[in-house]
Design a protein around this ligand. Structure first.
Ligand code: ZN
Ligand code: ZN
Length: 176
């Protein structure tokens, strides 16, 4: 299986969007949200307050796809966001990119475009991953989500830091 950049944009943005609102007091900072969108090459990420609110609500729905423990539940959660986030599917070659799918009109507002690219990207990813390789960090107080692009597909933590911290605290518990 190959996770090339074009195919990964939507699912990677979805994870970053969920993590951007995780454990943060609302409303989110406009700068923080704009940085997330820009880092995934979302064009014209101009955000009004109600856009930020709408994207935070969307992130809550996206989280359910990462948090689902069984393929059937994950498929159902992904279908909820596909229905809510996409209006149509078509191929485009804008800005010199190789042909890739878009799931709503290119002149839609920022919220509609982010909903479409994350919903479509998650669906494409789940087809390729067999419904797996999305998860929530195993460290109890973390809650960040991740996309598992590791070779063996057995990732359980959002970061090496969380994995190390968890190993240390488990070690301490054994000694007590
Ligand atoms: Zn595009
Ligand atoms: Zn973590």
């Amino acid at each position: 299986m190959q996770y090339d950049h074009d195919n990964m944009t939507g699912v990677a943005l979805a994870a970053d969007l969920v993590n951007a609102v995780t454990g943060v007091r609302q409303p989110l900072s406009r700068v923080a949200m704009r940085d997330v969108l820009l880092s995934h090459e979302i064009r014209q990420p101009e955000l009004a307050d109600d856009h930020i609110h709408a994207l935070a609500q969307w992130a809550d729905l996206l989280r359910e796809v990462f948090a689902a423990s069984a393929t059937e539940d994950r498929t159902r959660a992904a279908n909820v966001i596909l229905t809510g986030g996409t209006t149509r599917a078509y191929l485009t070659t804008h800005d010199g990119w190789s042909p890739h799918l878009h799931f709503t009109g290119e002149d839609e507002d920022i919220v509609a475009r982010v909903m479409a690219v994350t919903a479509g990207g998650i669906a494409i990813f789940l087809v390729e991953s067999g419904g797996e390789r999305l998860g929530v960090c195993a460290r109890a107080d973390c809650n960040r989500v991740f996309v598992d692009t590791s070779r063996n597909g057995r990732r359980t933590y959002c970061s090496a830091r969380c994995g190390n911290n968890d190993a240390v605290s488990r070690h301490r518990q054994r000694r007590n």
